[in-house]
Design a protein around this ligand. Structure first.
Ligand code: GDP
Ligand code: MG
Length: 444
């Protein structure tokens, strides 16, 4: 299977001392074959291999990793990105009841998944109601009732003679009377997608305005699952995907492609018949499962954590020792930039009491922190190494040269130096306050 194949490729890389472009390319050819055999969408495979190759060739190998492990690190990160990076949760209506509409082809797992999900939501303290809208087979209603009974969840049904639209509308009224805050509508599927099915689902959607339409697809059908997802999303619109029968899927192609092809998140995966077998989908856990290299991945985590901590410690030490230079200032700005747009960061900070987002806007008074930082960076970058380490040597001619180098005025250069001196003074004061206390410098 995919895990075994990938492990084989990486084992060959792991024994190498240095990684050449040819090594990476050869390894990527193998990875490509493994992914295609796992029934991953062709376009996605191509894109994936391109990204990993670009990143792997010519990257610095992190201290504590060997080149093969470095490639595994990159493959792992790109797999996670491919599957959506973060865990996508269900959303709930601000005004209950929240309506979830379960859609999908026959046999995908809608009815059983509705039951499992209802059971889990009840455990979380909600009061779910299951609604039987598969009116084409009497057995379907019976099946939902059995599922409901198993988990002790009430089932709303009106037999097979009433239209699904009518049933869902009535279910909403019933839920309001009975104080159910979540409604799960179990719709009918078909063997294939057709006009009639889509029209029926569209009608239910219009009638009940679901909070989320959850598409249930069978992972064992591989690329067909992805095609089905594309059609449902195109014709009806879906908010999340539930991938069932992953316990029986040896290949993993659907899990790897469906998010990228549809741009809709996988919210849950079905790993078996029991209620707990419906699991939230975590892209990082899935990636490590696919790579099947828990030991290497935890080593990489450790290396990463060490590097981050080492950088922070170095900086803190410098601040304490009072030999913080303009070079460090620049490095720090670059670190901050890595975290994303400055305005967003400021907006996320909880620490300014009584200051909302709007106040923040007005406090900035038209100043764009991003631009401001870019200017400061440009000025420091125009300085020589010596000047950055020791700003006291900055005399008139030097300042003139720097200003010309970055297209700012001498006054701008002076302002930066003043800001920097003030920052150092403040650090010194804080250091004095901190004296005797252990722990990191309270800056970042
Ligand atoms: P529906 O036609 O979409 O409502 O599909 P059902 O809910 O009736 O499920 C069809 C079959 O798939 C049933 O036998 C389920 O027990 C089975 N099934 C659903 N989800 C999973 C899963 O995650 N793992 C396994 N192994 N079987 C599942
Ligand atoms: Mg069903």
């Amino acid at each position: 299977n995919l895990s075994n194949k990938l492990q084989e490729v990486f084992k060959q890389l792991r024994s190498k001392g240095v990684l050449t472009e040819a090594d990476v390319k050869a390894a990527m050819r193998e990875v490509k074959i493994a992914l295609l055999e796992a029934d991953v969408n062709f376009k996605i495979v191509k894109e994936f291999i391109k990204k990993v190759t670009e990143r792997a060739v010519g990257t610095e190998v992190l201290q504590g990793l060997n080149p093969g492990q470095q490639v595994i690190k990159i493959v792992n990160e790109e797999l996670i990105a491919l599957m959506g990076s973060t865990q996508a949760q269900l959303t709930f209506s601000r005004k209950p009841p929240t309506v979830f509409m379960m859609v999908g082809l026959q046999g995908a797992g809608k009815t059983t998944t509705s039951g499992k999900l209802a059971g889990q939501l009840r455990k979380q303290g909600r009061s779910p109601l299951l609604v039987a809208c598969d009116v084409y087979r009497p057995a379907a209603i019976k099946q939902l009732q059995v599922v409901g009974k198993n988990y002790n969840i009430p089932v709303f049904e009106m037999g097979t003679e009433v239209s699904p639209v009518e049933i869902s509308k009535k279910a909403l009224e019933y839920a309001a009377q009975q104080h159910h805050d979540v409604i799960l509508i179990d719709t009918a599927g078909r063997l294939h997608i057709n006009e009639e099915l889509m029209q029926e689902l569209q009608d239910i959607k219009t009638a009940v305005r679901p909070q989320e339409i959850l598409l249930v697809v069978d992972a064992m059908t591989g690329q067909d699952a992805v095609t089905v997802a594309e059609s449902f999303d195109g014709q009806l619109g879906v908010d999340g995907i539930i991938l069932t029968k992953l316990d029986g899927d040896a290949r993993g192609g659907a899990a790897l492609s469906v998010r990228s092809v549809t741009n809709k998140p996988i919210k849950y995966i079905g790993m078996g018949e029991k209620m707990e077998d419906l699991e939230p989908f975590y892209p990082d856990r899935m990636a490590s499962r696919i790579l099947g290299m828990g030991d290497v991945l935890s080593l990489i985590d450790k290396v990463q954590a060490n590097i981050d901590e080492q950088e922070a410690l170095d900086m803190a030490k410098k601040m304490r020792a009072n030999d913080f230079t303009l070079e460090d200032f620049l490095a720090q700005m670059q670190q901050i930039k890595k975290m994303g747009p400055l305005k967003d960061l400021l907006g996320m900070m909880p620490g300014i009491p009584g200051m909302g987002k709007l106040d923040l806007e007005s406090a900035l008074n038209g100043v764009d922190p991003q631009k401001e930082m870019a200017r400061t960076e440009a000025i420091i970058q125009s300085m020589t190494k010596e000047e950055r380490a020791n700003p006291s040597i900055l005399n008139g001619p030097r300042k003139k040269r720097i200003a010309a180098g970055c297209g700012r005025s001498i006054a701008d250069v002076n302002r930066l130096i003043k800001q920097f001196e003030e920052m150092k003074k403040m650090m010194k004061q804080m250091n004095n306050m901190q004296k005797g206390k252990k722990g990191k410098f309270p800056f970042f």
